[in-house]
Ligand binder design. Structure first.
Ligand code: CP
Ligand code: NVA
Length: 343
C-alpha cells in the first residue's frame, strides 16, 4: 500500500485496550493482500466485529452507505463473489463485477493505469488472480483499499471466515488443535498465518513435495513465537489428526494446476479425509473445507455430509467476516451510524 487518503470521520481517540476501537483507526484505508498484513489485535477486532455483524446485521445496514466496490476476477467463484456482493449491498453500498477469466488483469493496460482510473470511481477493489503480485502491485498503485479474494499464494478472506467458525464452535481459537490435511496451497498458507496470529496449535500434514511454501512457514513460525501458537509440518497424516479439534482439507489440485490432476491423484490418496481418518480426531472434532469440494477425492461424502461437518457454517461466515473487513478497511460507521465518508 502506498500512502492513502483515509476516509475516517473525526472521532475521539481510541480507548487503550479497546481492540475494535483501535482497529477502526489502524485498519482504515489499508489493504488486505495477506493475513500477515494484520496484527494480532487487528485480526481479533475483525473477528469481534464479524460476530457482531452476524448477530445484528440491521445495525450495520448503512455502515458503507453509497460506497462502490469493483471486483476483478481472473478465476471462477461462487462463494467469494456472492458473499462480497451480498455483503456490500447489505452494508448500504453497491458492487460492480468484471469477469477477467478470458484476459488476465494487466494485459490490456497496466495495473498502475487500472488503479489510477478505478480509484477515482470506487472505494474498494477486490481481486481474484493467478499471480499474487497482481494483487500487491495493484495495492501499491491504488489509493483505495485492495482486498485479496484469492491468489495463488493466499486466500485471506477464507481464513477469516474459517477462524470465525472455529471461535463459534470452541469459544476461542486460542489453544485449539487445528489440523490441515493435504496440499500446502493458498488456503493452507492463510490458515497457517491466521492460526499463528490467534494462538492456535496448527499442524499441516502434506505429501512430500506438496507442503506449504518455505517463506510462509517462516513467517507463520515467527508470528507463532510471539503469540504462543505452535506450527508443525509433517507427512504423517494419522499422527497429525490424532486428538484434533478441527480437521481441514482443500482440493488436491487448485485452480491453475488442472494439468496436474492425474499426477496428483495417487500422491494425495493416503491424505483423503474419510471416516477412518476422522476416527483419530477428538470425538467433538469438526470437519472443515473451504469448498468447492471434489467429492470422494480429498474428502468422502460421509465426512462432508456427516454430523461433524461445518462446511456450510464456514460458507455462511464468508459473508459476515467480509462485511466486518470491509467496514474496517473503509472506515465505515459502526453500531448503526450512517457512513458519512465521501467516495
Ligand atoms: N471458498 C471459495 O473461495 O469459494 P469460491 O471459489 O466459490 O469463491
Ligand atoms: N485452493 C483452491 C481454493 C478454492 C476456493 C484453489 O485455489 O482453487
Amino acid at each position: 500500500m502506498a500512502s492513502k487518503v483515509f476516509a475516517v470521520d473525526e472521532k475521539a481517540p481510541p480507548q487503550e485496550g479497546n481492540t475494535l476501537e483501535m482497529a477502526t483507526v489502524t485498519l482504515a484505508g489499508r489493504d488486505l493482500c495477506s493475513i500477515a498484513d494484520l496484527s494480532r489485535s487487528e485480526i481479533a477486532a475483525i473477528m469481534e466485529l464479524a460476530h457482531s455483524v452476524k448477530a445484528s446485521p440491521a445495525d450495520y445496514r448503512f455502515s458503507l452507505d453509497a460506497r462502490q466496490m469493483v471486483m476483478f476476477f481472473e478465476k471462477a467463484s461462487l462463494r467469494t463473489r456472492l458473499t462480497f456482493e451480498a455483503g456490500m449491498n447489505t452494508l448500504g453500498g453497491s458492487t460492480m463485477f468484471v469477469d477477467q477469466t478470458q484476459s488476465p488483469l494487466g494485459e490490456r493496460e497496466s495495473l498502475a493505469d487500472i488503479a489510477r482510473n478505478v480509484e477515482r470511481w470506487v472505494s474498494l477493489i477486490v481481486l481474484r488472480t493467478y499471480s499474487h503480485e497482481t494483487i500487491t502491485e495493484m495495492a501499491e498503485y491504488s489509493k483505495v483499499p485492495v482486498i485479496n479474494a484469492l491468489s495463488d499464494l493466499e486466500h485471506p478472506c477464507q481464513a477469516l471466515a474459517d477462524f470465525m467458525t472455529v471461535e463459534e464452535r470452541f469459544g476461542t481459537a486460542r489453544g485449539v488443535k487445528f489440523v490441515y490435511v493435504g496440499d500446502g496451497n493458498n488456503v493452507c498458507h492463510s490458515l497457517m498465518l491466521t492460526a499463528a496470529l490467534l494462538g492456535t496449535h496448527c499442524t499441516v500434514a502434506s505429501p512430500k513435495g506438496y507442503g506449504p511454501k518455505q517463506e510462509i512457514t517462516a513467517q507463520a513460525l515467527r508470528i507463532a513465537g510471539e503469540s504462543g501458537a505452535t506450527l508443525t509440518l509433517t507427512h504423517d497424516v494419522v499422527g497429525a489428526v490424532r486428538g484434533a479439534d478441527a480437521v481441514y482439507t482443500d482440493v488436491c489440485t487448485s485452480m491453475g494446476f488442472e494439468h496436474e490432476v492425474t499426477k496428483r491423484a495417487p500422491i494425495f490418496k493416503p491424505y483423503q479425509v474419510n471416516e477412518a481418518l476422522m476416527a483419530h480426531a477428538a470425538p467433538h472434532a469438526v470437519f472443515m473445507h473451504c469448498l468447492p469440494a471434489h467429492r470422494n477425492a480429498e474428502v468422502t461424502d460421509a465426512v462432508l455430509d456427516g454430523p461433524q461437518s461445518v462446511v456450510f457454517e464456514q460458507a455462511e461466515n464468508r459473508l459476515h467476516a467480509q462485511k466486518a473487513l470491509m467496514v474496517l478497511l473503509l472506515g465505515g460507521g459502526l453500531n448503526g451510524s450512517r457512513d458519512t465518508a465521501t467516495t
